[in-house]
Design a protein around this ligand. Structure first.
Ligand SMILES: [Zn+2]
Length: 109
């Protein structure tokens, strides 16, 4: 599904896009700011990332930092990557959750 969003065939409220990465609001936000940062390249999960995927992974992290900065999250934010079923990954396309606008707790559930 994230491949379709990246291709523009499934609509999403995009907050950023370039040739490597798209970012859009999560449909079910769990924080005042909840953005999904997604490499366009189809990588199923971090565990399955190949050598040639790393430039896109680094770019996604740069975009996440930029969105945190521009989104007024100067007090911090949480960047979450769920990996595989035990990690809570529910979409088989690499992505990060950028969560902010409230104080986070530790440990996560
Ligand atoms: Zn995909």
């Amino acid at each position: 599904m994230f491949c379709q969003i990246a291709a523009g065939t499934v609509p999403a409220s995009k907050v950023f896009e370039d040739d490597q990465v798209v970012a859009f609001s999560d449909l079910r936000p769990v924080a005042p700011t909840h953005i999904l940062v997604v490499p366009r390249r189809h990588v199923p999960s971090l565990a399955e990332a190949a050598e040639e995927d790393w430039p896109d992974i680094v770019r996604a992290l740069q975009v996440a930092r930029q969105l945190g900065r521009e989104g007024g999250l100067s007090d911090g934010y949480r960047l979450v990557q769920n990996v595989g079923p035990d990690g809570g990954q529910t979409v088989g396309h690499l992505h990060w959750h950028l969560l902010g606008g409230r104080s986070m707790t530790w440990p996560p559930g």
